[in-house]
Design a protein around this ligand. Structure first.
Ligand SMILES: [Zn+2]
Length: 502
């Protein structure tokens, strides 16, 4: 070090150093730098948030907590940036930050799916209580796959299915095996997995459980309770509609699932009076235009009958395998006619840009359609003009960091595209997509990941939380009440958190 210093003196001359400092001060360099820093901050998505004194105090404490956590992992030589969610999950759960995030009000969960909601272990426990529940324990066929569960009447059990409770009782190892078959883990960042194939198998294994009306009610109540416990006050589900049934009555009309869910929300109100739910009618990107036309009409009819429950329409599935949003342009044109015909508006909430490829141009359609929120929008950053439009149109991107890592779109979560979106002023909110399939509950994990890996502050957290209500499909009056409740909860949280971290 000393040797280097002497070389400088020899080269530059000692007396010159002072003069140089003076000229930098006078050049206005530092003022320009500070101005540029402010101008960058003013472009961010949370620039309008002004923190209270109490929030500023908490911000400093959270900053410190994160630093302490990172120092600790450094000391223990844990490479947390190059680990999968599954590998660091125990670390998250043991951290002070996590218990704090569990007490933070989250506002709304705007992006989750029917079938990805209630805890996988709970699903097995609840299903085995039905003596009519069976599990397929043979090798995969075209019709059924190993570990697929379903309800059957006595004497009508297809070949290959065995009673679930009997199987679990006679083979104690089977419970863990079945749980593993319901959860998709990215064990580490470098092993190869065909993520979407494995992902869809997880859904197939429980798909036949969900339309069975008694189980359906239990499943959603459990899902809602777990979310409320994690301080989520509003939920919007990308919902795949199918007829519910039981063995006494057979099939029920499509709308029974809506009225049942409405009853469950009422039940939730006993413990959580502010809890609210909206359903986004979801179909699949691999269907043809004729099928989508029918689905759009069904969705719009349901929305006309249940305007307080149905908010819009979406198409789901692996974007690399399904058809593009552009492929369905006739349907979108027709949708305008349908809106007029039925006198209701069915806005779109499309998954778009859940991809790393520039050849996937689904985000282009978003700016042209009546599409209020974007599911994922990972490759939006490669389409700057569209990004500009989406910002101008004030459309929100629903970001699901853990889902994006598990499904292989992002490895080191520091490099998540949402950081680029947020710093460019695109509105975002945090969602969990399919938490039960990824082996967790609630929204705290996703907030933890966003806070630690994206170096967020309280300002950004607050904006993300409030965005999830402000950009929800709650109607004007519902929104007003929801924001009021959230404000109160948020202020309580700031106060309690400051006390706890004294
Ligand atoms: Zn999704």
């Amino acid at each position: 070090m000393m040797k280097k210093y002497f070389t400088y003196i020899l080269l530059l001359g000692f007396p010159l150093l002072g003069a140089q400092n003076r000229s930098i001060e006078n050049s206005g360099y530092q003022q320009n730098w500070t101005l540029l820093e402010k101008e960058n901050e003013a472009m961010a998505f949370d620039a309008d948030i002004k923190l209270s004194d109490a929030e500023i105090i908490l911000d400093k404490k959270l900053f410190q907590l994160r630093n302490d956590f990172l120092d600790e992992t450094k000391k223990k030589k844990v490479p947390i940036y190059n680990r999968s969610f599954n590998e660091i999950k125990p670390l998250i759960e043991d951290s002070k930050l996590f218990s704090l995030f569990q007490t933070m009000p989250k506002g709304g969960l705007l992006h989750t799916h029917s079938g990805g909601l209630a805890d996988a272990k709970w699903v097995i426990e609840a299903a085995r209580k039905y003596k009519e529940c069976y599990v397929y324990d043979q090798e995969d066929t075209k019709e059924f796959i190993f570990g697929q569960m379903a309800f059957f009447e006595n004497g009508k059990v297809p070949k290959g299915f065995v009673n679930l409770n009997q199987k679990l009782t006679s083979n104690p190892k089977f419970e863990k095996e079945l749980t593993d078959l319901l959860i998709l883990k990215r064990d580490n960042l470098c092993s190869y997995t065909d993520y979407w194939i494995e992902f869809e198998k997880r859904f197939q294994r429980i798909n036949l459980l969900l339309p069975y009306r008694p189980f359906f009610k239990e499943y959603y109540l459990k899902g809602f309770q777990d979310l409320a416990k994690d301080k989520v006050q509003h939920v919007e589900i990308r919902y795949i509609f199918e007829e519910l049934y039981d063995f006494q009555h057979g099939k029920y009309p499509l709308k029974t699932s809506i009225t049942d869910l409405r009853d469950l929300v009422k039940e939730m109100h006993q413990s959580n009076p502010e809890f609210s739910l909206k359903l986004i009618y979801s179909s699949f990107k691999f269907f043809d235009k004729e099928r989508i036309e029918k689905e759009l009409e069904t969705a719009i009819k349901l929305k006309k009958e249940f305007p307080d429950m149905i908010s819009g329409f979406d198409l789901v599935a692996d974007e690399a395998a399904g058809k593009s949003i552009n492929f369905f342009q006739d349907n979108w044109v027709k949708l305008n006619e349908l809106n007029k015909k039925y006198g209701v508006e069915l806005p779109l909430f499309l998954h778009a840009g859940e991809s790393n490829s520039v050849f996937n141009k689904n985000v282009l359609d978003i700016a042209l359609l009546n599409n209020q929120r974007i599911g994922h929008g990972l490759n939006l950053i490669y389409f700057p003009k569209t990004m500009e439009l989406i910002k101008k149109q004030d459309k929100l991107v629903e970001v699901s960091p853990i889902s994006n890592q598990v499904l292989g779109y992002v490895s080191d979560l520091r490099n998540h595209p949402a950081r680029v979106l947020m710093s460019n002023g695109i509105q975002c909110s945090i969602s969990s997509d399919d938490p039960s399939v990824y082996g967790y509950n609630g929204l705290s994990y996703d907030f933890w990941v966003a806070f630690v890996y994206w170096e967020l502050d309280v300002k950004a957290l607050k904006k993300l939380v409030f965005n999830s209500i402000n950009y929800s499909s709650l109607n004007k009056n519902e929104k007003k009440n929801a924001v009021e409740h959230l404000n109160k909860e948020w202020n309580d949280f700031i106060q309690q958190a400051n006390k706890k971290l004294n």
